[in-house]
Design a binder for this molecule. Structure first.
Ligand code: PGA
Length: 254
């Protein structure tokens, strides 16, 4: 069984004071019980305060990015071991904003995934096509390339901690959530690629998340798809109330 998961990606938002408050609100006003995971990815500056605030709760911590080198002269970078040290269990890698605005290549992302796996971080590996690629029906080609290049050289036993997030770029921050049936088609394609490269067991166990303008209106139809195992939420995770509404509508039965 794949344990469902909701991840809140705050991106470059929230100061230290509001970060602690967000967690307090979520824990005070909400019942987060149930057989699913909740992960929050604050900016690096808020990791410490969020770590303290989530103590004793089921909420887990993620880094939004990570260096491609293990340590050393890399001014401004944060390493895998530093993320572990700061209390992170997860790291988001290959996000389209990193690819687009920071020129991250599949090769670089591959190096990061290696390091994250070596350091026992659960990797939320983001892939997805642009609007142009989508309109030209290139989605599957892009997904296949990003998946293959990003995971090149990794062995099945290194990938136990891999999660894949399908995030069509045209859906991120635009208010246009992808159609749940189309999301299912892409997720099932991703699972078939995993099976081809890494075998049935790994493909069956790998959690595949959807991200792109998820809100409490769209979340339950997305989570109802057989190959949608979780959600990666950006904008709607910035307020604890709207994040909780997504959790509530996604896991009504739990
Ligand atoms: P969004 O962002 O929910 O604001 O579209 C999702 C993401 O980029 O992870």
């Amino acid at each position: 069984m794949r344990r469902p998961i909701v991840v809140g990606n705050w991106k470059m938002n929230m100061l230290i004071s509001s970060s602690g408050h967000w967690v307090e609100e979520l824990l005070n006003t909400s019942d987060c019980a149930g057989t699913f995971d909740i992960v929050v990815a604050p900016p690096f500056t808020s990791l410490s305060v969020v770590r303290k605030s989530i103590e004793g709760s089921k909420i887990q911590l993620a880094g939004q990015n990570m260096a491609s080198e293990a340590e050393g002269a890399q001014t401004g970078e944060i390493s895998a071991i530093m993320l572990k040290d700061a209390g992170c269990d997860y790291v988001i890698l290959g996000h389209s904003e990193r690819r687009q605005y920071h020129n991250e290549s599949d090769e670089l992302i591959n190096k990061k995934i290696f390091l994250a796996c070596e350091n026992a971080l659960n990797v939320i590996f983001c892939i997805g096509e642009s609007v142009g690629e989508h309109n030209k029906d290139k989605t599957n080609d892009v997904i296949e390339r990003q998946l293959f290049d990003g995971l090149q050289g990794l062995k099945e036993d290194q990938l136990n901690s891999l999660l894949i997030a399908y995030e069509p770029i045209w859906a991120i921050g635009t208010g246009h959530t992808a159609n749940p049936n189309q999301v299912q088609d892409v997720h099932s394609f991703i699972r078939s690629l995993c099976e081809k490269s890494f075998g049935k067991d790994l493909a069956r166990a790998t959690r595949i998340l959807y991200g792109g303008s998820v809100d409490s209106q769209s979340s339950s139809a997305l989570m109802a798809q057989p190959d949608v195992d979780g959600l990666l939420v950006g904008g709607a995770s910035l307020r604890s109330k709207s994040f909780y509404d997504i959790i509530k509508s996604s896991f009504k039965g739990d």
